[in-house]
Design a binder for this molecule. Structure first.
Ligand code: 45D
Length: 323
């Protein structure tokens, strides 16, 4: 029986319990633009405190420099308009340039805008803003999330800002050739032990990812293999996965704790591993509880891996399968 991505997506399907993350983002999406910016501002003032100041990095900020310079030279009213355009995904030159940024450059751009606000060089949000009931509601919902879930909400809203450039030819705006590396703040975790798991492809994957050795990680996949990030569709094929990893998986600390492995009739194996992941943006201060769901083909290669954000820490121990 040939393995298909569609059937792979449903292994250990009880992992994807309804999550408060998409629910919170759906509430956020219903706010008007000024309310959205105000919500983000309040949320960021709380969560942003623990951002590792070195994370944006000089190289990453250089990629956003021309936009930041333009914004610094604007009047406060123009600055506010830029932020509204970004939040409403308007089609403007700045909103387009932003749309071409990688995820981490988008985060670095906003980080620096926040710094410029503190220095009084960019007008802060909100100016004379009165908090609406809608904003209060979304903030209350956000407080029910754990820290790892909260920073995921913040990251996803920042990623969705700007003009959607996915339909535009990539050549129309310059983009950085290579993604700058994050400086690792903690020593590389070299020997991985996962209670209940000895599968070489899984241990090798975690070890390679913890060393940012994406070539080694990719070599463990089948050519038609797929990786499904949290709340996203699968990314299919090794070239696409490699590009994604270089842009979004740098500097992550992966600390898998336990797992189970089941051999299937055709000799393939399905594994579920749970543990904690740290992003270089927050270092050791925020841990995200996640699950990896692997489908390994009979030859020992990764055909599919999904990464899910867990709804609660209790889910870390939820390793049985519904059947
Ligand atoms: O003025 O095995 C606002 C994969 C507006 C790879 C702002 C993975 C107002 C495979 C925007 C608020 C990657 C999938 C200012 C594993 C305003 C794999 C500024 C998983 C100033 C395990 C806002 C990785 C700012 C995971 C600066 C789960 C906000 C990674 C900054 C998760 C927010 C990473 C930041 C996450 C958020 C990172 C820096 C959730 C970072 C979040």
């Amino acid at each position: 029986m040939a393995l298909t991505i569609q059937s792979a997506q449903s292994i250990f399907s009880n992992t994807q319990v309804p999550s408060l993350i998409p629910a919170t983002i759906a509430l956020f999406d219903q706010l008007n633009v000024d309310d959205q910016l105000a919500y983000l501002w309040y949320a960021y003032t709380e969560m942003g405190k623990t951002i590792t100041p070195a994370a944006p990095g000089v190289a990453r900020l250089q990629l956003a420099e021309s936009l930041l310079t333009q914004i610094k030279l604007m009047s406060p009213e123009e600055q506010t308009k830029v932020m509204r355009d970004l939040a409403s995904r308007a089609d403007t030159p700045i909103s387009r340039s932003y749309g071409f940024f990688s995820v981490n450059t988008k985060l670095a751009f906003w980080y620096e805008l926040g710094e410029l606000m503190k220095q009084g060089l960019v007008t802060p949000i909100p100016v004379g803003y009165q908090m609406s009931a809608g904003v209060r509601l979304v903030l209350e919902e956000t407080q029910k999330l754990d820290q790892g879930q909260q920073i995921t909400v913040l990251r996803n809203t920042v990623v969705n800002m700007g003009f959607d450039t996915s339909e535009l030819a990539p050549s129309s705006y310059p983009k950085a050739g290579a993604e700058p590396a994050f400086q690792r703040t903690t020593p590389t975790i070299s020997s991985v032990k996962i209670e209940g798991v000895t599968e070489p492809a899984v241990l090798g994957y975690i070890e390679a990812m913890n060393a940012d050795n994406f070539d080694a990680a990719i070599a463990l996949f089948t050519a038609d293999g797929a990786l499904q990030p949290p709340f996203q569709k699968p990314i299919v094929g090794t070239a696409a996965i490699a590009k994604y990893m270089r842009e979004e998986a740098q500097g992550l600390n992966m600390m898998p704790q336990q797992g189970i492995c089941e051999v299937r009739g055709d000799g393939s194996k399905q594994l579920k591993v749970t543990g904690v992941v740290q992003t270089p943006w927050f270092g050791v201060t925020v841990g995200m509880n996640i699950a990896w769901r692997f489908l390994i083909n009979p030859e020992g290669k990764i055909f599919f891996v999904a990464i899910d954000m867990l709804a609660s820490p209790q889910e870390l121990l939820q390793l049985t399968r519904v059947q």
